[in-house]
Write a new protein. Structure first.
Length: 262
């Protein structure tokens, strides 16, 4: 390999890393690059063996790397397009496909926390869009008594609870002595789930949706978890292969259960 070829490779590498920088779905690539190239070859100063390996990289090798990344991207993107093909609103559909693609890539890279985060983002976007389309604050306010005590149970065999949905979507202003709408982004994930399941009469598995939300809220903060939280996170990790299909089913049930997004 001559000097010109090596300089081309350096430029290609710089361009590739710049394009991928900041994209969570490619965190695995940076980790592998750092481990296999930076640490293995150059950690201890001049490394003749490592340099020889570096010089032996050909344009064909570079092409295979680029082709592989493109293949992973395209396959995950196509899955997302098919899954969300019936979503009517363009911006919502594009956002959902983007996060679905990132979720699939995280799954391939065995990044369970990122998988849960991307899945949660899809659920939140669906919830917020649906609630906005329903004009949910007006809907709840016009029937305050009913939404102050909504009987709901997560499954046929589960115990029924009364949910005060009104107080989740409205906060009391002590100065003005009136109730004001709470922004949808600040309404709890659980309350949105309950409201939409009750309104559209569909169901999801509570344990699985709780796991997904836990991964989003706690998974990336492992250093601050208490013992119970650490044990729950480890349990999710240990059982992930067994439960993955159930987590995906939550998304399937939500997309098919919420009627006003299709």
């Amino acid at each position: 390999m001559n000097e010109e070829d090596l300089r081309k490779f350096i430029e290609f590498t710089k361009t590739l890393l710049t394009q991928l920088q900041g994209q969570n779905e490619y965190a695995w690539f940076f980790e592998s690059f750092n481990l296999e190239i930076v640490n293995s070859f150059f950690q201890n100063g001049a490394n003749t063996s490592g340099l020889d390996k570096f010089q032996s990289i050909t344009e064909s090798d570079v092409g295979r790397i680029k082709a592989y990344l493109s293949f992973v991207d395209k396959k995950a993107l196509n899955y997302g397009k098919e899954f969300y093909k019936d979503i009517v609103e363009d911006n919502l559909r594009k956002e959902l496909i983007k996060d679905f693609k990132a979720m699939k890539i995280a799954l391939k890279n065995e990044d369970i926390v990122e998988f849960g985060r991307r899945l949660s983002l899809q659920l939140e976007n669906i919830y917020n869009y649906s609630l906005s389309e329903l004009n949910v604050h007006e809907l709840i306010h016009s029937n305050k008594d009913f939404y102050s005590k909504v009987p709901f149970k997560w499954s046929e065999r589960a115990k029924s609870y009364d949910y005060d949905i009104f107080k989740s979507f409205y906060s009391f202003n002590k100065e003005l002595r009136v109730y004001s709408p709470v922004e949808l982004s600040k309404v709890s994930f659980n309350t949105k789930s309950v409201f939409l399941m009750h309104y559209f009469n569909y169901s999801v598995n509570k344990f699985n949706i709780d796991d997904i939300y836990f991964l989003r809220n706690k998974g990336s903060h492992r250093g601050t978890l208490n013992e119970d939280e650490k044990n729950k996170l480890q349990s999710i990790f240990n059982d992930f292969d067994k439960n993955y299909s159930f987590y995906h089913k939550v998304l399937f049930d939500v997309v098919n259960g919420i009627k006003n997004i299709r």
